[in-house]
Design a binder for this molecule. Structure first.
Ligand code: GLN
Length: 292
């Protein structure tokens, strides 16, 4: 089989009417397995494809045609200009989440603070924590994650991006986790940090019951925000306020219909200057507040 024939076969496998991005996905799978870019393919269409590679590529194409996420098949994905290892244990980094990272960076850049201390809660692959640390090299970032399945991805991503991010394994709804932020100079007190950032699970029970084909392969633990999707916003905004300094920034990613509810929650929990920020698609995507 030639390279051209292989590419066509991959494309035909993916073009089953359920995947509008089949052309893009075909190119990604073809390049990942053969190492040939679109240009390489154009120049080597008639060349014989490696048999083992062809077999592997077609296997991936079949899996993709059944709805398995492209990002998991490739094993890595880009976020904020960095590469992250991804797989079944972690949520796939979304372009929308880059707005959250940008919001935090803009906040500190406006304040001319280059060394904020930040905690990223429900860190997953670590994409937020790592993107922030790499963008603000003097920042100190802690990534908090509960899932044992996510842990190897989180550590590998910190390592491969050479980020200075410390991991705390635990449940962000468990107050005992705050002991990790004990103030060494004042026993019994917590250190006060500059920013809490989080893309917590925020899907409602109804949304969980009708997940898109691809999303159903992602960890429920990273998606399920309780009956009304707001469980983690309620708990984090209260509990983690303890370790946030006055004037510190709380920044959440939200579902596109949660802007008002999360803003109200923040106001009720003692945050001011509450803002809702839209993503590139014009949907509400981020809510921020300042601890009063
Ligand atoms: N953005 C994800 C979705 O599509 C949800 C991520 C989350 O719950 N934090 O559905």
């Amino acid at each position: 089989m030639t390279n051209g024939e292989l590419f066509l076969l991959i494309k035909n496998t993916l073009n089953n009417g359920e995947n509008p991005d089949f052309e893009f996905d075909s190119r990604c799978i073809f390049e990942d397995i053969t190492g040939l870019s679109a240009l390489d393919l154009a120049l080597n269409r008639e060349k014989e494809a490696d048999g083992a590679a062809a077999e592997k590529a077609l296997k991936l194409a079949k899996r993709r045609s059944e709805g398995y996420p492209l990002q998991y098949l490739l094993g890595e994905w880009e976020f904020y200009g960095l590469r992250f290892k991804v797989g079944e244990g972690v949520l796939i980094p979304r372009p929308d989440t880059e707005i959250l990272v940008e919001t935090v960076i803009n906040h500190f850049s406006a304040k001319k603070q280059t060394d904020p201390e930040i905690a990223d809660l429900c860190s997953g692959s670590g994409c937020i924590a790592i993107a922030l640390q790499k963008s603000m090299p003097r920042s100190r970032v802690t990534a908090v994650e509960l899932s044992a399945e996510a842990m190897p991805y989180l550590s590998a991503n910190i390592q491969r991006n050479e980020a200075r991010v410390q991991i705390i394994k635990g449940d962000v709804t468990d107050g005992r986790l705050l002991d990790n932020f004990a103030d060494p100079d004042s026993p019994g007190d917590h250190r006060q940090i500059d920013c809490i950032v989080s893309n917590p699970p925020y899907l409602t029970a109804e949304e969980m019951s009708e997940l898109q084909r691809e999303v159903a392969f992602e960890p429920a633990l990273a998606l399920d925000g309780g009956a009304d999707g707001l469980k983690f916003y309620r708990i984090i905004s209260c509990l983690w306020k303890e370790v946030l300094k006055e004037g510190g920034l709380l920044a959440f990613e939200i579902g596109f219909e949660q802007g008002e509810a999360v803003s109200e929650l923040l106001r009720q929990s003692g945050y001011g200057d509450v803002k809702v920020i839209k993503d590139l698609g014009g949907n509400d995507r981020v809510v921020t507040g300042i601890k009063l």
